[in-house]
Design a binder for this molecule. Structure first.
Ligand code: ADP
Ligand code: MG
Length: 173
């Protein structure tokens, strides 16, 4: 199987961390839609949101998703990728979609301990734990509906990779 593998889930669930490890395990390329967006626009997520609003950001995110999708590639997607049904349909049709699920408490803990936390724009300006609760309440059903497989992302990155390989019946390269 050489279809692209899309990792979806909230900020902090480990899409970048796990995605890189998964790509190495499979001998696949790794790409990140947020990273593509920043390279192609030469701006940070925060700058794009400040200049074009979340709506402008979302439109660019859809373009980035399409641009990075290729066979034998693990694709870490932005946390809000599932907000557009068009993106969900695209990912489901093009490859395998994995939801890395984690509790709001774990997500908040991880995001707070990141040195570059300030670069990640919060949606509401409220405490990160409250915000992650709200985000998951709004989006869990979208992640669930979009994903072919749900994987528990509250284990070590190595175990998350193993769980993904198992769910896809894929062997390491
Ligand atoms: P995302 O790309 O989904 O926003 P990241 O991969 O950037 O998430 O991870 C967010 C933070 O959580 C990073 O500091 C990362 O080191 C940490 N992290 C990611 N996955 C795990 C994990 N399975 N266990 C512990 N910490 C993790
Ligand atoms: Mg990431």
């Amino acid at each position: 199987m050489s279809l692209p593998i899309f990792l979806i889930g909230a900020r902090g669930c480990g899409k970048t961390t796990v995605g890189e490890a998964l790509s190495q395990a499979l001998g696949y390329a790794f790409t990140d839609t947020d990273h593509h967006l920043q390279l192609s626009t030469q701006r940070s997520v925060a700058e794009i949101v400040a200049e074009e609003g979340w709506e402008g950001f979302r439109a660019r995110e859809t373009q980035s998703l399409r641009a990075v999708t290729a066979p034998r590639t693990v694709i870490a997607t932005g946390g809000g990728m599932v907000l557009a049904e068009e993106n969900c349909r695209f990912m489901q049709e093009q490859g395998q979609v994995i939801w890395l699920s984690a509790s709001p408490e774990i997500l908040a803990e991880r995001l707070e301990s990141e040195p570059e936390a300030a670069q990640r724009p919060t949606l509401t300006g409220r405490p990160i734990a409250d915000e992650m609760s709200d985000v998951l309440r709004e989006r869990a059903h979208l992640y669930q509906a979009a994903a072919h497989h749900q994987v528990d992302a509250m284990q070590s990155p190595e175990r998350v990779v193993e769980a993904i390989l198992l769910s896809l019946s894929l062997a390491r390269a």
